[in-house]
Write a protein that binds this ligand. Structure first.
Ligand code: WT7
Length: 651
């Protein structure tokens, strides 16, 4: 189906009273672009400030001096904005609904008053362990309320949290603890998910062998499973929370003080620590959460992401709680105990807004609509998707079977770096097209550039690379400890613009269609993976001489990981070795990095100067090698025939 043949879906009936109407969108968007300081100066008052800002925007995209500051002289505390300010009106309202992995265990409803108590106590525990303002705290927790408590407790005392997704390996955890220079890591004994358990504490023990012995370990005894215990290093956080005071005064923080670091993959081997700051990030998360999901008081909001990813930061914790919302935290997986779990949870908690990833939709679509039809989904009002382009087939299924044609679908394009939604429809204001993220959010100025010349392509019906022409409050400020790398990664290739790394088409209606990454990053089930990271893990194995990793289209995951591996002289390929390498990558990085296909490659296609020609490897992995283009520059063109002959992905 060509993009141009996809028709607009009108806004469903009942959205006349949406927070943003079509007229509002046009007017506010125009204002946000023509007068950013006026627009954001007004929007900034959504937050409670200890000292109001006088300056709104001070940003510079000039290479060599990139600097991004919003509300710079304002002083606030993020935990006050997510908790304290709601207490007069919402003390007894549920802030967090916790739905455990096991559907037979009771759900927990945590009120704002209870959230306040827990976060204050947690903050006092952190202080008792010597954590100070500006210190880094790594959080390696499953999807349990304590993850939100830990985040907000850090924010309360001005410590900078860095969450490491609980699916990452001990090595990946150790690297992040070391790169951030964290004083403390917070983990849990074990984590049930889909009826199985991950041994988080023992992973943390393994990680800490590679870290300074001054790093302390707070353990949430979540399941009560036995774990090892190192006296003097390990601390039972739940026990200590009962002993400390329930009052911890919030630390006044500058708007530009870092709120958190979140590591993400890029084109090079080492993940970078994306830094978000307090004022601009929180405002942007809150505002996008409200408008994009048409969130209204009393709604129950569910984002199925993990707090280990930015989606969880912005749309499970900070955005919803800053808005005084009820946010649902789900410990489990979509397909356990059966493929109806998501819908059972929607029914049980009367969820109003549901936000998930295309990979989950495709997986559930494959199980058949009967799993959806078993449940009463009449509470749903808005559906969202994020993480990768959604194929129109999955969009249509989502609309028909989950939304029953009544719920607008917001396809939200954004990145770890952007803090919140950037290109997305708005429920009452923007007509949708299956597969398109539609139009920019307020204050966002997308531009499509010619990839070679870097010239902006004006008008509609153009395709190129996606850049953003000016700053927005949720933008990342730097790479932790490496501002140079920040500038080089995002501002060097196309001077004057923030470069997203995505390709994009603007269609005849001015709608944006993300076509996928144009760098060496691949998107596996909505998770971002640097191909260089997987390559370095593979070559670290003693039997591997060389490795090249590319993405290929995968029916469920969006993209799969395809690895070409050259073995050391004398090592024989075998299925056993293949399994060994898969396991190796799992332990080096984590299960999400496991190659889907490994092809033994006696040689890799290289130029005479020794550069691997990934374009050719991508084509072979896609099983589309008819048009390989010019291979005459290869040092040894015959390796290509060998690779085609033994390709792993055949249609
Ligand atoms: C990359 C960012 C922040 C969301 C979670 C992933 C891709 C994200 C969409 C979408 C098409 C999308 C892009 C982007 N992406 N959302 N709605 N349509 N592509 O965050 O790990 O930082 O990955 O995910 O390629 O650059 P992330």
């Amino acid at each position: 189906m060509s993009i141009e043949s996809i028709k607009k879906h009108p806004v469903p009936a009942g959205f006349e009273a949406a927070l943003v109407t079509p007229g509002d969108y046009a007017r506010l968007y125009a204002e946000s672009i023509s007068d950013p300081a006026g627009f954001w100066g007004r929007e900034g008052r959504r937050l409670d400030w200890i000292q109001p800002y006088s300056r709104v925007k001070d940003t510079d995209f000039t290479l060599g001096q990139v600097s991004i500051k919003w509300f710079e002289d304002g002083i606030l505390n993020a935990s006050v904005n997510c908790i304290d300010r709601h207490l007069p009106r919402r003390a007894t309202q549920t802030a967090i609904i916790f739905e455990p992995d096991d559907p037979n265990q009771p759900a927990r409803h945590i009120t704002y008053a209870e959230l306040s108590d827990k976060v204050n106590r947690f903050a006092n525990v952190l202080l008792s362990q010597g954590v100070m303002r500006g210190d880094r705290v790594v959080i390696y927790l499953p999807m349990i309320p304590e993850a939100a408590y830990a985040m907000l407790a850090c924010a309360r005392i001005g410590a900078i949290h860095s969450i490491v997704f609980a699916g990452f390996s001990p090595d990946a955890l150790a690297n992040r603890i070391n790169d951030s220079g964290a004083k403390l890591v917070i983990t849990a004994d074990t984590a049930p998910r889909g009826g199985r358990k991950t041994a988080l504490k023992s992973n943390t023990d393994a990680a800490l062998l590679h870290c300074s012995d001054r790093v302390r370990c707070l353990v949430v005894k979540h399941t009560g499973d036995q774990t090892s215990w190192i006296e003097g290093r390990d601390v039972d956080v739940l026990k200590l929370m009962e002993e400390v005071s329930p009052d911890c005064p919030p630390r006044p923080m500058g708007a530009e003080d870092p709120l958190f670091i979140l590591y993400t993959s890029g084109s090079t081997g080492k993940p970078k620590g994306v830094v978000h700051t307090t004022g601009g990030y929180l405002l942007y998360a809150a505002m996008t959460h409200q408008y994009v999901f048409d969130y209204k008081d009393g709604d129950v909001f569910w984002c199925t992401a993990d707090v280990g990813w930015v989606t969880g930061h912005s749309y499970i914790v900070y955005g919803p709680l800053a808005n005084g919302a009820t946010t649902l935290m789900f410990e489990g997986v979509p397909t356990w105990p059966d493929a109806g779990r998501f819908w059972a949870v929607c029914e049980k908690h009367r969820v109003n807004q549901f936000y998930t990833a295309p990979t989950a939709i495709r997986a559930l679509m494959g199980q058949g609509p009967e799993w959806v039809e078993k449940h009463d989904l009449s509470s749903l009002r808005v559906l969202g998707t994020v993480g990768e382009p959604i194929n129109p087939e999955a969009w249509v299924w989502y609309d028909k079977h989950v939304g029953k044609g009544r719920c607008p679908i917001v396809d939200t394009w954004w990145q770890t770096e952007t803090g919140g939604h950037m290109i997305t429809s708005l429920p009452g204001a923007i007509e949708t097209k299956p597969g398109s993220a539609t139009l920019p959010f307020f204050g966002v100025k997308p531009v499509v550039l010619d990839p070679q010349s870097g010239v902006a392509l004006d008008g509609d019906g153009v395709e190129g690379v996606l850049c953003i022409a000016d700053s927005w409050p949720g933008q990342m400020r730097t790479v932790w400890g490496d501002h140079q790398r920040f500038m080089e990664t995002y501002f060097q290739q196309y001077p004057g613009y923030y470069f997203t790394g995505d390709g994009c088409r603007r269609d005849e209606d001015g709608y944006y269609w993300i076509t996928g990454r144009v760098d060496d990053v691949i998107n596996v089930s909505g998770h971002r993976m640097g191909t260089a990271e997987v390559e370095s893990a593979l070559v670290a194995h003693e039997k591997v001489a060389e490795a090249a990793v590319v993405g290929y289209p995968h029916p469920l995951k969006g993209q799969g990981i395809y690895a070409y591996v050259t073995l050391m002289n004398g090592v024989e390929p075998s299925d056993g070795l293949r399994a060994e390498l898969e396991k190796w990558v799992r332990t080096e990085i984590g299960p999400i990095a496991k190659p889907d296909l490994i092809q033994w490659a006696p040689g890799l296609p290289k130029t005479r100067s020794g550069k691997i020609m990934r374009r050719i490897l991508r084509k072979i992995a896609e099983d589309d090698f008819a048009a390989l283009g010019d291979i005459s520059t290869l040092a040894d063109p015959s390796v290509v025939d060998e690779l085609i002959e033994n390709r792993m992905n055949r249609h």
